[in-house]
Design a protein around this ligand. Structure first.
Ligand code: AMP
Ligand code: TRP
Length: 332
């Protein structure tokens, strides 16, 4: 059976990008014959300045949204990363496999380190090593597939490199995973700045649709989306017309259509925006409703996470034990 692993960092409120790029694929994966684990990767939220109380709140909220999006704890394993010690236990061995150079090349590290420096904050060492912890997240479960959005492709490539290197040096230990990306919605862009990805930790929230935004708020954000000037009406061209292309991508992802074909149905931006707003509102409506029900019973979410962590430990333990032995550490 295909083993699937993926995670989301509780560094902000989940966005439409998280849903279309990741969560929705996860729910689909759950309905194929597979053994899937989905994780709120809280340790990754400590790599940049954070507020402890907010992190606790967001961790709970993200987990609740996993359930609200349709993940069923009877079909998959849902848990919080810091509840399973195997992640950090394996991470150290992978730090002894990765090189300083390959981590400094990671695009996300360069971008976030530059941002922290510009804000006059120190760059936490964990920001540099975080892709190694991510590799540990994946390899500890012998995952075959990692459903993620486009921005995580480079990290999954690194994970593959580390798995292959470790196996070559110390004997076959890890399954070499591959990233699986959605066909549309792999990179949802910010509605106010369509050349940047819609990210949950951006400061300017006007261009970000959050999963728990009220319908009126979603509509307002979509109607105010930046579109492109230029001749030729509504055409699908990601490079020349990023704003309109993003709206068409979102519409396609919501309705199951093809962005290029959808463009043909519109002469003006106004009607396109109205249809996008309606499609997003309808896509997220059931999720928001289920979230309200689940949030009223936090004990149930905690129970799901406790059971999930137990199951996760049972899978990761023997894999990580094998890696400790293979690398030359004396069994305890
Ligand atoms: P993050 O928000 O960085 O924790 O990402 C969690 C998951 O959502 C990863 O699989 C990302 O690739 C995906 N994701 C985040 N933002 C977007 C976006 N704007 N478009 C598509 N996927 C995204
Ligand atoms: N780094 C991912 C992100 O920022 C989150 C993540 C951490 C992850 N560990 C993972 C995703 C393991 C997939 C598999 O989006």
């Amino acid at each position: 059976m295909t083993r699937i692993f993926s995670g989301i960092t509780p560094s902000g409120h989940l966005t439409l990008g998280n849903y279309l790029g990741a969560l929705r694929q996860w729910v689909e994966a759950e309905h194929t014959p597979s053994d899937a684990l989905f994780c709120v990767v809280d340790l990754h939220a400590l790599t940049v300045e954070h507020d402890p109380a907010r992190l606790r709140r967001l961790t709970r909220q993200n987990a609740t949204l996993f359930l609200a999006a349709g993940l069923d704890p009877r079909r998959c394993t849902l848990f919080v990363q810091s509840h399973v010690a195997e992640h950090t236990r394996l991470s150290y061995l992978l730090e002894c496999t990765a090189t300083d150079g390959e981590l400094r090349r990671m695009i996300q590290y360069r971008e976030k380190a530059a941002k922290a420096e510009a804000a006059g904050q120190g760059v936490r060492l964990s920001l540099l090593t975080y892709p190694v912890l991510m590799a540990a997240d994946i390899l500890a479960y012998a995952a075959d597939e990692v459903p993620v959005g486009e921005d995580q492709r480079q990290h999954v490539e690194l994970t593959r490199d580390l798995a292959v290197r470790f196996n070559q040096r110390y004997g076959h230990t890890f399954t070499v995973p591959k990233a699986t990306l959605p066909t549309v919605g792999a990179r949802v862009m910010d509605l106010q700045d369509p050349t940047s990805k819609m990210g949950k930790s951006s400061e300017n929230t006007a261009g970000i649709v959050y999963l728990l935004d009220e319908p009126a708020v979603i509509t307002k954000k979509v109607m105010r989306a930046v579109t492109d000037s230029g001749e030729g009406g509504v055409v699908y061209n990601r490079a020349a017309r990023p704003g309109v292309a993003n709206l068409l991508d979102v519409l396609a992802a919501c309705t199951g259509g093809d962005p290029e074909k959808l463009a043909g149905g519109y002469a003006q931006y106004g009607p396109l925006k109205r249809d996008v707003a309606e499609a997003v509102v309808e896509l997220l409506r059931p999720l928001r409703e289920r979230h309200a029900v689940l949030a009223a019973d936090p004990g149930e979410v905690e129970r799901v996470l406790r059971e999930g962590a137990e199951r996760a430990r049972g899978i990761a333990r023997p894999v990580v034990d094998r890696a400790y032995e293979a690398i030359g550490l004396l069994p305890a």
